[in-house]
Write a protein that binds this ligand. Structure first.
Ligand code: SF4
Ligand code: SF4
Length: 472
C-alpha cells in the first residue's frame, strides 16, 4: 500500500508505464478562481498583443530586438551602450520572481506565465469548444478516424495554426519592431523572404508547443519550474491539500450519505478524483507539493464544488503553507524574505539612479587602431580617431560639433565639422585632434572633449592622445 502511494515519486504524471506520453485530458475547470484567472488572462492577453504596437514619445512600448541589441521597456529605449541597465532590470526581474516564489510558490506560473495563459485560456478553451469536455475528448481520442473525428481534428488544428501564426507575428513585432513588421506585411512576403521563413518557423514552434508539447514545457523544459525545489520551504504559500483534514486518522474514503465521517475517523476527502481529473499537468495534489504543479488553482475550484455538494467546509485544497496545515501557523515575513526584499530595494534604487544619470546622447571617441601620432609643422601633434554618437531620443539632434575642453587645440572632422544625429540613430565618422606639443604632458595624455548641439554642451567624453616620448 505504502509502495503504491509513493509511486508518484518514480514517474511523472504525463508518462505511462511503457515510458510513452500519457495524454492529459483535464476536465474543464469552473469556479471562483477560474473566473478570476479568466479576468487576469483577458487583461494580460490584451497587454501582450498590444504592447509592441503601443508607443510612448514615439518609442515602441515593449521591444526586445536582440539582433540589433536594442530594447524598449515601457517606452524607455535601451541601446547596446545601456546594456548594463538592461542586465540590472533583468536581475531585478529574477529577484522579484524569486521573492514571490519564496512567499507565494508558483503564483507566477498559474496566473501570469504566457505559456499557461495561452495554453489554458486560449488553446484549451478552443479544444473544449470543439471536442467537448474530458469524457468527450477521451472518447474522441479512442474512436476510429470517422467523418466526425476528421472534421473536429482538422478544424481544431487549423484554428491552432492560425492562432500560432498570429502569436508568431506579435512575437516578431517584439523582436524586430512593429513598424518594421507592418512595413514588411505591406511590402509582401516575397520582398522579405528570410523574415517570412523565420515567421513560419516561429509559427511551427508555437503550434508544436500548444498543440502537442503542452504541459511538458512546465514539467520538463522550463528552468523556473525546476528551481522550485530550492525556492520553496515550509512557509511558502502554495496550492496545497490539507492532508490533516482530508486524511484524518483513517484516511480518505468514498462518500456515503448520512454517514458521520468524523465519528468513524475518516477525513473529509471523499476520494472523488475531481481534483486529479481537472489537473492540466495530470498530478494528484493529495500526494503533496510536486514539481509538476503550476498552481493553476483548478483543483481548488473542483474540490470546493465537491465540498459544497457533500456539505463540508470548502478549502480542503487551498492556498496554504505546510506550516499552516501542520501547525496552523500564520504567514510570516521570514529572514529569507527580508533578505530578498533588501536586495530588491537596493537593485531598484541603483537602477533608478542609473536611469536618471543616463544621457540622451552618448559619444565614444577612440583612437584609430594601429595608427601613431603625426608630428606636424609648428610642433603640432595630430592623432586620428573614430567617433560614434548615439541619439537615444525620438527627435533629431542638429548642429553637433566637438570641442576640446582640457587642452588648447583643434578638432576637425574628415567630412563636415557639424552634423545632425537623426532620432534613434547612430552617426559615426573619423576626426583629427591637433594639439601643440608644448601643451602636452608626456607621451600619453587624456583629453576631455565636449559634444555640443549649437552652443549647448550635451555630453562630455574623453580620449587618449599620444605624443612623442622624446619631447617630454
Ligand atoms: S495540482 Fe492543482 S494547482 Fe497544481 S497544476 Fe494540478 S490542478 Fe493546478
Ligand atoms: S476533489 Fe477534494 S474530495 Fe475529491 S478527491 Fe480531490 S481532495 Fe478529495
Amino acid at each position: 500500500m505504502a509502495q503504491e502511494q509513493n509511486n508518484f515519486r518514480d514517474s511523472i504524471g504525463t508518462i505511462n508505464e511503457e515510458g510513452k506520453r500519457a495524454w492529459v485530458f483535464p476536465k474543464k475547470p469552473k469556479g471562483r478562481f477560474y473566473k478570476y484567472r479568466k479576468y487576469v488572462s483577458y487583461f494580460l492577453l490584451t497587454f501582450l498583443l498590444l504592447a509592441p504596437f503601443l508607443k510612448i514619445n514615439g518609442n515602441q512600448f515593449l521591444m526586445f530586438n536582440v539582433l540589433e541589441r536594442r530594447f524598449n521597456i515601457f517606452g524607455f529605449p535601451f541601446w547596446p551602450q545601456d546594456f548594463y541597465l538592461f542586465v540590472i532590470s533583468m536581475i531585478i526581474g529574477v529577484v522579484f520572481i524569486a521573492l514571490f516564489t519564496v512567499a507565494f510558490g508558483r503564483i507566477f506560473c498559474g496566473w501570469l506565465c504566457p505559456q499557461t495563459i495561452f495554453m489554458e485560456m486560449v488553446f484549451r478553451r478552443i479544444e473544449y469548444w470543439i471536442d467537448g469536455d474530458r469524457g468527450a475528448q477521451i472518447r474522441l481520442d479512442k474512436q476510429e478516424w470517422n467523418a466526425e473525428k476528421i472534421r473536429k481534428r482538422v478544424l481544431k488544428w487549423f484554428i491552432f495554426f492560425i492562432i500560432s501564426f498570429i502569436i508568431a507575428n506579435v512575437f516578431l513585432a517584439y523582436l524586430i519592431g512593429s513598424d518594421r513588421l507592418i512595413k514588411y506585411i505591406a511590402d509582401g512576403p516575397m520582398q522579405h523572404l528570410s523574415t517570412m521563413v523565420s515567421l513560419l518557423i516561429f509559427t511551427g514552434v508555437f503550434y508544436f508547443v500548444f498543440a502537442w508539447f503542452r504541459e511538458q514545457v512546465c514539467i520538463i523544459a522550463c528552468p523556473y519550474g525546476r528551481m522550485q525545489g530550492v525556492l520553496l520551504d515550509n512557509k511558502s504559500i502554495v496550492v496545497a491539500y490539507d492532508h490533516k483534514r482530508g486524511e484524518a486518522e483513517k484516511g480518505r474514503k468514498k462518500f456515503r450519505k448520512g454517514e458521520d465521517r468524523a465519528a468513524i475517523g475518516h477525513g473529509d476527502c471523499i476520494d472523488c478524483f475531481q481534483c486529479v481529473n481537472v489537473c492540466p499537468t495530470g498530478i494528484d495534489i493529495r500526494n503533496g507539493t510536486q514539481l509538476e504543479c503550476i498552481n493553476c488553482t483548478a483543483c481548488i475550484d473542483a474540490c470546493d464544488e465537491i465540498m459544497e455538494k457533500v456539505d463540508l467546509p470548502k478549502g480542503l485544497i487551498r492556498y496554504a503553507s505546510e506550516d499552516n496545515i501542520e501547525k496552523k501557523a500564520k504567514f510570516k515575513f521570514t529572514p529569507r524574505l527580508k533578505g530578498y526584499t533588501a536586495v530588491l530595494i537596493i537593485l531598484t534604487g541603483i537602477l533608478i539612479g542609473m536611469l536618471f544619470l543616463r544621457n540622451d546622447l552618448e559619444a565614444n571617441i577612440l583612437r584609430l587602431p594601429g595608427q601613431l601620432y603625426e608630428h606636424k609643422e609648428g610642433n603640432i601633434i595630430s592623432n586620428v580617431y573614430t567617433f560614434k554618437v548615439v541619439n537615444k531620443t525620438t527627435r533629431d539632434i542638429p548642429d553637433v560639433t566637438f570641442k576640446l575642453l582640457s587642452h588648447k587645440g583643434t578638432i576637425s572632422l574628415v567630412r563636415n565639422d557639424n552634423f545632425t544625429v537623426p532620432a534613434q540613430e547612430l552617426t559615426e565618422g573619423t576626426l583629427f585632434i591637433e594639439i601643440n606639443n608644448a601643451a602636452l604632458d608626456g607621451d600619453k595624455n587624456t583629453v576631455k572633449i565636449g559634444v555640443f548641439s549649437g552652443e549647448e554642451q550635451i555630453e562630455t567624453t574623453s580620449a587618449r592622445f599620444m605624443a612623442p616620448r622624446s619631447y617630454r
